[in-house]
Write a protein that binds this ligand. Structure first.
Ligand SMILES: *Cc1c(COP(=O)(O)O)cnc(C)c1O
Length: 495
């Protein structure tokens, strides 16, 4: 297996190269040119394994130029002792069909940890193979959760520097504090005046600028990405969908014989794409349900075949999904077009020039067969949190609530009562203010007061990483114009 660029299939690289480089030079994203499939016997073996063993099994199929020892070192390093639960991705069954896949038991309380605890291992192992001694500089644009998870994953990792940009008004107070108080010698954090798309566009521009690349090279440095455009982010996410299927099989094989659905609260399309890849590998997924908040560009796209980012941008209570340019959709388009790099390049070109594209009827039809899409606004999000707490005593965060709401819409529209896995992407304590008001109508005086009241009202535990933040010292206070991101990069690197 090799990795090809979605915009030029003649660009063919190994897994290590794809991960070390992050993005292809002409702007395309790396995807495997063939996909491994899992047999019935494989699943029987996987069921008996723990999460670390399952991860090794699945990932080794994608890491073509990693040795068995290297995969073992990476996976064990990532998942040993870093999650508050022996099982990093446990399932909570809240009613007959709704299986909540809790992906927030890691050090930053969001699903990004599943990938970003592993990525530094994958990246440094890859860099040793292909980058002959250069220092890797990680640039991150974040809507809140990626930034912190990447900082935690990369802090003090030798031969790396990490620089995170976040929209100053676009993240929750807890997310902001999590990032601004980050410890580590190789970490840098900068708020920008703009929204997430500005941050992401700025980072992509710096990445693909040849003059910048040369300047880094002169200083024996090289860029890579910890955003979900990096294949090393996506591969670890496939694992938890395979693992969730194994857990369902183990619990009640009969109930998944006609397949099951997966609902994912979606922003950059990385998490739901990983669920699609799990399906492609043989996990019997019926429908992939794409849930959006008021920034419903994907809902419209899946329903109409036209992607149009020329619309209002809303700042919502589920900020990690406040995105109008879903980068990983590009990989899905590559799939749906039958690996047609020219077609993908033309669509992406139209997106960057006009902010919109319309796919062929063929792609639209295939998309409609695989996906179902829905969205919900802040009011419905809060009602959903309240409802699930009242009815099932299950406390969920704002992002997960969007998924639960859209799942209800799906069931009401289609009548499909198959078992369903709902990806729960963050701890409710990361968005305590919204969650508290949803379950009790109360508000706290300060952020941490709110956290305590939420714990008392709901009789749930405050996660340790959130508790520890209360006394954390703010280290980063920089705020830069969106056009000054490059100087912030040079400043942080001292070049
Ligand atoms: C990042 C994030 C999402 C969106 O995931 P994508 O892979 O970008 O679609 C949803 N919920 C939370 C809590 C997140 O941090």
């Amino acid at each position: 297996m090799n990795y090809v660029s979605t915009r030029d299939k003649s660009v063919k690289v190994s897994a290590a190269k794809a991960i070390a480089q992050g993005i292809s030079t002409e702007g395309g994203l790396f995807v495997p040119d063939t996909f491994p499939t899992l047999s019935v016997a494989d699943f029987e073996a996987l069921i008996k394994m723990n999460y670390i063993e399952r991860a090794k099994f699945v990932l080794s199929q994608f890491l073509n130029d990693f040795s068995e020892d290297e995969v073992d070192y990476c996976v064990k390093g990532a998942y040993t002792g870093s999650f508050d639960n022996e099982q990093p991705a446990p399932i909570s069954l809240i009613n007959k069909n709704a299986n909540i896949l809790e992906l927030w038991h890691g050090p930053t309380c969001a699903f990004k940890d599943l990938a970003l605890q592993l990525l530094p291992y994958l990246l440094t192992t890859s860099a040793k193979k292909v980058n002959d001694g250069k220092k890797t500089v990680i640039l991150v644009a974040t809507s809140g959760d990626t930034g912190k998870a990447a900082l935690e994953g990369f802090k003090d990792v030798p031969d790396t520097e990490i620089l995170v940009f976040y929209p100053s008004e676009g993240v929750s107070p807890m997310q902001k504090l999590q990032m601004d108080s980050q410890k580590g010698e190789n970490v840098h954090v900068c708020a920008i005046k703009g929204n997430f798309d500005d941050a992401q566009t700025g980072v992509k521009k710096i990445f693909t600028d040849n003059a910048v690349k040369e300047k880094l090279a002169e200083n024996n440095m090289l860029f890579s990405s910890a955003n979900s455009i990096n294949w090393g982010r996506l591969a670890p996410q496939i694992v938890y969908y395979v693992s969730a299927y194994c857990d369902l099989l183990e619990r009640e094989p009969e109930c998944v014989k006609d397949g099951f659905n997966i609902v994912v609260p979606t922003g950059n399309f990385g998490n739901i794409l990983a669920a699609y890849y799990a399906k492609k590998m043989g996990v019997p997924v019926n429908r992939l349900i794409c849930a959006s908040n008021a920034n419903n560009v994907l809902t419209d796209f899946i329903k109409t075949g036209t992607y149009d980012r020329n619309r209002n941008f809303y700042t919502t209570i589920s900020p990690s999904m406040d995105i109008l340019i879903s980068s990983n959709l590009e990989r899905m388009l590559f799939e749906l077009s039958g690996n047609n790099d020219k077609e993908v390049a033309a669509l992406q070109d139209s997106l960057s020039k006009n902010g919109t594209f319309t796919v062929s009827d063929e792609i639209k039809t295939k998309m409609g067969e695989l996906f179902w899409a829905g969205c919900c606004d802040d009011k419905a999000t809060l009602e959903t949190i309240g409802k699930y707490f009242d009815e099932y005593s299950y406390l969920c965060d704002t992002h997960t609530a969007v998924a639960m709401n859209v799942y209800e819409q799906y069931v009401n529209t289609t009548g499909d009562d198959r078992p369903t896995v709902i990806a729960s992407t963050a701890s409710p304590y990361k968005f305590a203010k919204s969650v508290l008001s949803a379950v009790s109508g109360k508000t706290g005086d300060s952020e941490f007061d709110t956290v305590r009241v939420l714990s008392e009202e709901t009789n749930t535990e405050i996660p340790e990483p959130i508790k520890a933040l209360e006394n954390a010292k703010v280290r980063f206070k920089e705020l830069c114009e969106k056009d000054d991101m490059l100087s912030a990069v040079y400043g942080a690197l001292g070049i």
